[in-house]
Write a protein that binds this ligand. Structure first.
Ligand SMILES: NC(=O)c1ccc[n+]([C@@H]2O[C@H](COP(=O)([O-])OP(=O)(O)OC[C@H]3O[C@@H](n4cnc5c(N)ncnc54)[C@H](OP(=O)(O)O)[C@@H]3O)[C@@H](O)[C@H]2O)c1
Length: 309
């Protein structure tokens, strides 16, 4: 475990955010910073000082290190966003997915229960089979790939070992990578130089930006315990539709974006057709989801801020 610390001026309660070097995790560090001293946990990445007052590099599979970190930091809760998040890798490396997505999650939830502190798990819409769409929290899960299976199993184990935990099921997310380049950045560059892009037009998701999801999690953390919540956007979209909207926003011809069917691409992990989420429960609790065009605009402007340093 490599731990770095730069003391913040005023002392606030500490919160641990795992996966802090990931796309969502870096946004979570920002969203929680106003009310907590964030303990940002990464694995291979070195985190910049600007991300959080406390930064820890460790392998979450090392449970003794996890216990030491929790004893040392004494946080009021853990937001668990570390994962093997690529469904194709989970399909080809199921033992790695079992270890990180299931065992690490279960152990972390149990450690939080033991200390009487809060635990929030970032799960996925891919726990559903995609045959129906508009899934609510009451709908039964039925994953069709290893990633979805392992996330669903982790949810069950969390409910067993720490029933007061919050399970946030996230949709497909896009956005600015605060610490590493995101796919969205690549799309903007490609469209701006007049290059073409191909995207599925038959895979339906309630997409939100990383920033919107992170702000939603930070808000809901105060309002919910022991619940499963869907954090989808208000519109159901496809990647093709999103890229079309992006091309329009960038004033590029929409013909640059070409539609493709799921059936044309062979991938290790099967992809459900429609895992759109009914997220009324979270919205009732104050989860704010802008329209897709607004999230695209916000993301493009965040990217130019990042590029200008
Ligand atoms: N991206 C999406 O569209 C999406 C959709 C639904 C749900 N989710 C869920 O949202 C969460 C965040 O996803 P993301 O896309 O932001 O993830 P990501 O960018 O792939 O980041 C994964 C994070 O996990 C960390 N990690 C991996 N192995 C670790 C280990 N052994 N010990 C400690 N940390 C480890 C990585 O650390 P290093 O980089 O430092 O090695 C990284 O910070 C995940 O739970 C994911 O399943 C994502």
């Amino acid at each position: 475990m490599v731990s770095t610390l730069s003391q913040s001026s005023a002392s606030q309660p500490k919160i641990v955010i795992t996966g802090a070097s990931g796309f969502l995790g870096a946004h979570l560090c920002r969203s929680f910073a106003s009310e907590f001293d964030v303990v940002a946990v990464s694995h291979l990445a070195t985190l910049p000082e600007s991300l959080a007052p406390y930064r820890v590099r460790m392998d979450l599979q090392d449970q003794a290190m996890v216990e030491a970190m929790l004893n040392n930091m004494a946080p009021v809760g853990v937001i668990h966003a570390a994962a093997l998040s690529d469904p194709n890798t989970c399909q080809t490396r199921p033992e790695m997915s079992m270890s990180l997505n299931v065992e690490v999650t279960r152990n972390l939830a149990a450690s939080c229960a033991h200390r009487g502190i809060r635990f929030l798990f970032t799960s996925t819409d891919l726990v559903f089979d995609g045959s129906g769409g508009n899934y609510s929290e009451a709908d039964p899960v039925n994953p069709i790939n290893t990633y979805g299976e392992h996330k669903a199993l982790a949810e069950d184990l969390i409910r067993e070992v720490h029933p007061e935990s919050t399970i946030a099921r996230l949709p497909w997310m896009f956005g600015a990578g605060l610490l590493k380049p995101s796919a969205f950045q690549g799309w903007v560059d490609q469209l701006n130089r007049g290059g073409s892009l191909t995207a599925f037009d038959d895979e339906y998701r309630s997409a939100v930006s990383y920033r919107v999801a992170a702000e939603g999690i930070a808000h809901l953390f105060h309002h919910v315990q022991g619940e499963t919540l869907h954090l989808g956007g208000i519109e159901t979209t496809t990647r093709y539709h999103l890229l079309n909207q992006l091309a329009t926003f960038l004033k590029q011809p929409s013909e640059l974006v070409q539609a493709q069917s799921q059936s044309e691409v062979i991938m290790p992990a099967k992809r459900p057709k429609d895992t759109s989420l009914d997220s009324r429960k979270a919205r009732t609790l104050g989860y704010k989801t802008p329209f897709l065009t607004d999230m695209i605009q916000q993301t493009v402007s965040a990217l130019s801020d990042i590029r200008q340093g």
